[in-house]
Design a binder for this molecule. Structure first.
Ligand code: GLU
Length: 601
């Protein structure tokens, strides 16, 4: 029966099962798969926002690479086709299920602040916060890139391919070029003024002085050269060599157009030399009998997703009404209250500092205490005060000062990979803002991140400790939430999304949509989103704001503000008998690209 199903794939022109294992070299031409938001089949799966990138990952799997190899190759390809969201100049977080070890591990490739940074770095002489846009488009926002180190560490630890092999498809893609789609065009056009401040960026990304036309071919030979350098010389060329010197020179004294001046950076070659991508234990929690694994500090993603899911469980217990039996207003009300509560605690406690009370924050007992103010008939006033994760949970806990969040971006990209051996990678990577700092390293064709603007410039609340102030060698707090769920110790679902702080709400809403709301994985990703982050208003997509659900939420006291698009998730579900379902966005960001090695439908 399974053989018959697999054979159904062959009309699409794919390799027969078994052929792929032998096909390790580049000799066999890749077979192109269509761009679609959902695909089911055998042999492994890749889901990303981009067809070319997903195809690169699938080709790696087809040639015998595993999920780690394919994740790195796909990410490198996204550095070509999504250069404003990902690339050598940025950072990211990977959550990996290693089938042989039967263990989930994470790799932290977050950008790092220079050794000279202090809590005052982003303050004016009078103590006020510097202008955010001014810092974004400057050398001062550039942290030590972590992405190449993450690729190297991931391949060494989990992969079977060399960096040399894994980066080759991306190099080819950069050299051959890709067809400009609406998203790439729009992102370039939206950044055109900023890019024009930096002549090298304008030269690479504004050919003929403007955003390239939809349907034209975009070639980036400089980036191909950078990949070639990394491939042939290893990541040492960035952390201890010529590429690193070029990055440092540009961040410290960016080349600007006549009449334009920007803040200088503080990065040194010493900062690059001391950088490491860190292998860390994941955040672990449980939801509906599943084990949920997410990213630890300096991302707040794993903790906040766990807390939101714990709160949803606590609300069920408190009210005796399951999430699945609620109408849409009741469900989104709960989800909003859970998200706002988790953000209150995240803002107070989570950052790259010692002593984050991680186990308490993700404990069901803390969630039960935090759930005690939940009212099914009324939204709690915003901002919700943070709780006391002190291990002593009774009654309603202590009321503490309220805080709202700092600035959040809306960029980044996420990819999900699963292979036929059962390994799974959930990998979110970024250069922070769409277009990062706007600074391109001369001759190398990639943008530098502005990740250091993820630090709070001044304490969120005067008199309350802020774990996310800048500091020497510190990693800014992130919201990135690559997540893997296991059932009975086996991969069940992997998911992630871009979208700044909305990543946390998109990932948890997708998990809830799939597990509790009776949605297919594709529909859970496509569902209209709400993102409550404990601010005075809550972001929501037009389908919510403009309809009866929005009216219902408003009647409960929620103050909605319309966001045209929230997130762009990708996910993979492991089915029985070695089948996978890959899923991606149907329309956000122009729609994503879900692929499997041998499709059956
Ligand atoms: N810098 C953001 C974070 O780490 C991601 C960028 C974005 O998605 O806008 O949370």
């Amino acid at each position: 029966m399974l053989a018959a199903v697999a054979a159904a794939a062959l009309p699409l022109g794919l390799l027969a099962p078994g052929a792929a294992a032998a096909d390790r070299g580049p000799a066999r031409l890749p077979v192109a798969l269509p761009k679609t938001p959902v695909m089911v089949g055998f042999g492994g799966a890749v889901s990303s926002v981009d067809r070319d990138a997903s195809q690169v990952g699938i080709d790696v799997l087809r040639r015998g690479g595993n999920a780690a190899d394919a994740a790195v190759a796909t990410a490198a390809a996204l550095g070509v086709t999504e250069p404003y969201s990902a690339g050598i100049g940025g950072g990211g977080f990977l959550v990996y299920y290693d089938a042989r070890a039967k263990r989930v591990t994470t790799v932290d490739g977050r950008e790092t602040a220079p050794a000279t940074f202090t809590p005052e770095t982003f303050r004016n002489p009078d103590g006020t916060a510097m202008s955010f846009p001014t810092v974004v488009s400057s050398g001062l926002s550039v942290g030590v890139p972590g992405t190449p180190a993450l690729w190297d560490r991931t391949l060494r630890r989990f992969g079977t391919w060399s960096l040399n092999a894994a980066l080759r498809p991306a190099e080819n893609l950069a050299r051959r070029g890709f067809v400009v789609d609406q998203t790439f065009h729009d992102q370039t056009a939206e950044n055109a003024k900023r890019f024009a401040m930096f002549p090298e960026t304008a030269r690479v990304f504004l050919p003929n002085g403007a955003a390239p036309a939809v349907g034209s071919k975009f070639v980036n030979r400089d980036l191909a050269g950078a990949y070639r350098l990394l491939r042939s010389q290893g990541v040492g060329v960035l952390y201890r060599g010529s590429l690193g010197e070029a990055i440092v020179d540009e961040a410290r004294d960016p080349h600007t157009a006549p009449g334009v001046s920007v803040l200088h950076g503080e990065l040194t070659t010493g900062d690059l030399r001391s950088y490491e991508a860190l292998v860390k234990a994941p955040i672990h929690s449980q939801y509906k009998g599943l084990d949920v694994y997410g990213m630890p500090v300096p991302s707040s993603g794993g903790i906040a997703v766990a807390q939101i899911l714990n709160l949803m469980t606590a609300y069920e217990k408190r009210t005796g009404v399951s999430t699945s039996s609620l109408d849409q207003v009741g469900y989104l009300h709960r989800f909003s209250e859970a998200s706002a509560t988790a953000f209150a605690d995240r803002n107070r406690y989570v950052g790259d500092v010692p002593g984050v009370p991680v186990q308490q924050l993700v404990s069901p007992a803390f969630a039960r205490e935090r759930a005690c103010l939940f009212d099914p008939a009324q939204a709690q006033p915003r901002p919700i005060p943070f709780g006391e994760p002190d291990g002593d949970y009774a009654a309603c806990g202590q009321q503490s000062l309220a805080q709202t969040g700092g600035h959040e971006g809306m960029s980044t990209t996420h990819l999900t990979v699963a292979d036929r051996w059962g390994n799974v990678a959930a990998y979110t990577l970024t250069i922070e803002q769409t277009g990062g700092s706007g600074i391109t390293v001369p001759g190398y064709g990639f943008l530098l991140n502005n990740e250091l603007t993820d630090f709070n410039f001044v304490p969120l609340t005067p008199g309350v400790p802020d774990p996310n102030l800048p500091g020497p060698g510190k990693r800014p707090r992130s919201s990135m939430s690559p997540t893997i769920l296991l059932r009975d110790g086996r991969p069940y679902l992997a998911v992630g999304s871009p979208g700044g702080a909305t990543i946390i709400t998109t990932v948890s809403q997708t998990i809830l949509g799939y597990l509790d709301r009776g949605l297919s994985l594709k529909d859970a990703i496509a569902a209209a989103r709400l993102s409550s982050r404990n601010g005075s208003t809550e972001g929501a997509e037009p389908a919510i704001v403009d309809g009866p659900v929005g009216a219902g939420l408003t009647a409960l006291g929620h103050r909605l503000s319309e966001s045209s698009e929230i997130g762009a998730a990708t996910a993979i579900r492991s089915l029985r008998f070695g089948l996978f379902e890959a899923a991606a966005e149907t329309s956000r960001r122009g729609g994503g690209s879900a692929m499997v090695v041998w499709p059956v439908r």
